[in-house]
Design a protein. Structure first.
Length: 100
């Protein structure tokens, strides 16, 4: 019998990590917004999204934890950008899993 470690590939682990991070519509919205522009400040996101700042902060934390975005702190502001290298990997992985 194969151990669980042998059954699940690194690609499958990464796919699950990215899928979990993208499992909320607000996070998908943030990624889509950052895809279309260079970067965005958290304050700008807070004004655009009808959610509490603490909720926005949690969504940004999840995206950052998955490596999908990067944050740069310049007090008192935080600038977020899409991690383009990781985003390319996400597109490849999701494309691979969408093939029959």
């Amino acid at each position: 019998m194969l151990a669980k470690k042998e059954l699940i590939s690194e690609e499958q682990r990464k796919f699950a990590l990215y899928a979990k991070a993208l499992s909320h519509p607000v996070r998908v919205y943030i990624i889509d917004l950052l895809r279309k522009q260079t970067c965005c400040y958290s304050g700008d996101l807070a004004q655009e999204l009808p959610i509490a700042k603490s909720t926005l902060s949690q969504h940004l934390k999840e995206l950052k934890k998955a490596g999908l975005i990067q944050g740069e702190i310049t007090p008192p502001r935080i600038k977020y950008c899409l991690n383009r290298n990781t985003w390319e990997e996400v597109q490849k992985l999701f494309g691979f899993f969408s093939k029959s």
